[in-house]
Write a protein that binds this ligand. Structure first.
Ligand code: GDP
Ligand code: IMO
Ligand code: MG
Length: 438
């Protein structure tokens, strides 16, 4: 009963969409377990690009079931638009293929308004959120007042709760956050009733379906959003998202036991990126950073913001591997590094002259971090058309092997382009069967 978790091992945008799609070739079920429309997952098939923010990245494989787990926060309007977009492109997104867990919480307009107003009020201390209402929606869940998908099936009892939310958020917006924005109940309620009508057939018991699939020996992929270093508790707090992005989040977010997870695959870019504010010790603010941004198209899928770029950080990766129990790494975007004469990898951090064992706990402590680097020779070749490990330049192989040894985790796949096909197995193909039994 292989259940595998795929997580981003950095600060998001590592290529999760691409690899969930690639590995779904061997899967029966793909399950999102946290996050919401803050995610932007890109899949490229034969040159055709699809960007998904809520739908699981298995949706482009006909016959595969997809589930939005209870841990997801779901903006109904965004989901409906995404379903319609995929349908218009010829995709099958019927309730037979997509199930939304009844326990997933909704993101409504007032969450978005509060998210944006709070960021404005934070000023220079802003987190740089995506403005999709994610934090405020999880706040409502934690304080036990959230509206869930199950509520969409019994709307008559929900009207007063939604009205109370609108009133409360309007007060917070005006009196606490000094915002001019106010949410009107009537249009929000009308839109919600319409969404409920469209989404009702999709709402079901996600955790029971996953459990049954695992019992029947099916292959299940749990698709993470964001990255391990953005985990609400274990990331670079407070510059994090509001959900548990670590692999353990899959058990919580789906409602399965921890032993249902057989393996954890971590994705990392061959360099580092981060969107929004927060610590980034290996950031390159000069010419090389700009080059990586341009070559790697490092602009946010969701917000279009320029992503900050930097060298690969093996220190941060070691933490990601530890806190997520990553068994195997996939290194993406190796092609973007072509043309650099020298490449650097951060091997560890020095604080006050001393080598430290882990990332600092407080954001301001990162100001004192001095990254230690090793330098490796780069490669000049365009590697985007290479499809076998042995055909990669020796310097590229050396770079990947160096990552493997510094992070202390095997690399089983590398990626040299956005397309499904631009994927190279490191070592014999049998290795992958260790994760998915066929
Ligand atoms: P996700 O959030 O982890 O799914 O990643 P995103 O889709 O937000 O960002 C990754 C971007 O890199 C997307 O535009 C992908 O199409 C692209 N991509 C994925 N793998 C590779 C690769 O190996 N090389 C290049 N050049 N682009 C890649
Ligand atoms: P995918 O799944 C990269 C970042 C935001 C911000 C912080 C908090 O595509 O990898 P939020 O809106 O979640 O409250 O913002 O988290 N962030 C992401 N960065 N990729 C993502 O998703 C992200 N989702 C959120 O930029 O710094
Ligand atoms: Mg993304």
């Amino acid at each position: 009963m292989p259940g595998i978790v795929i997580v981003g091992a950095q600060w998001g945008d590592e290529g999760k969409g691409k690899f969930v799609d690639v590995l779904t070739e061997r899967a029966d079920l793909v399950v999102r377990f946290q996050g919401g429309s803050n995610a932007g997952h890109t899949i490229v098939i034969d040159g055709v690009k699809t960007a998904l923010s809520l739908l699981p990245s298995g949706i482009l494989r006909p016959g595969v079931k997809c589930i939005l787990g209870a841990g997801v926060v779901l903006n109904p309007a965004v989901l409906i638009a995404e379903i319609e977009r995929l349908r218009a492109a010829g995709g099958d997104v019927s309730p037979q293929r997509l199930i939304i867990d009844r326990d997933a919480h909704l993101v409504l307009d007032y969450h978005i308004a509060v998210d944006k107003a709070r960021e404005l009020q934070r000023g220079a201390n802003r987190i740089g959120t995506t403005g999709k209402g994610i934090g405020p929606a999880y706040e409502d869940r934690s304080q036990r007042s959230g509206i869930r998908c199950a509520d969409l099936l019994h709307l008559q009892g929900v009207e007063e709760r939604v009205r109370a939310h609108v009133d409360e958020k309007n007060k917070i917006l005006r009196h606490v956050l000094d915002s001019e924005t106010q949410i009107e109940f009537e249009p929000l309620w009308e839109a919600l009733k319409n969404s409920a009508r469209i989404l009702a057939p999709y709402i079901g018991n996600g955790s029971a379906i996953v459990w049954q699939a695992l019992q029947n020996g099916k292959n299940v992929i749990f698709e993470g959003a964001q990255g391990v270093l953005l985990d609400q508790m274990h990331g670079t707090y407070p510059f994090v998202t509001s959900s548990n992005t670590i692999a353990g989040g899959a058990a919580i977010g789906v409602g399965i036991g921890p032993r249902a997870i057989d393996a954890v695959i971590g994705l990392a870019k061959a360099y580092s990126t981060r969107v929004g504010e927060g610590p980034f010790p290996t950031e390159l603010t000069g010419e090389i950073g700009d080059e990586l941004r341009t070559k790697g198209h490092e602009y946010g899928t969701v917000t279009g913001r320029a992503r900050r770029c930097g060298w690969f950080d093996a220190m941060a990766l070691r933490r990601a591997v530890r806190i997520s129990g990553i068994d195997s790494l996939i290194i993406t975007k190796l092609d973007v590094l072509s043309g650099q004469s020298t490449l650097k990898i951060c091997t560890g951090y020095r604080v006050g002259g001393q080598i430290v064992q882990d990332l600092p706990a407080l954001a301001h402590e990162f100001n004192q971090v001095v990254p230690e680097y090793i330098e490796l020779p780069g490669w000049q070749e365009d590697i985007t058309r290479i499809r076998s490990w042995d055909s990669l330049p020796e310097t590229t192989q050396g770079y990947v092997r160096q990552i493997e040894s510094l992070v202390g985790c095997p690399v089983h796949l590398v990626s040299v382009g956005p397309d499904r096909e631009a994927t190279i197995q490191v070592g014999p193909p049998e290795l992958l069967r260790g994760f998915l039994g066929r």
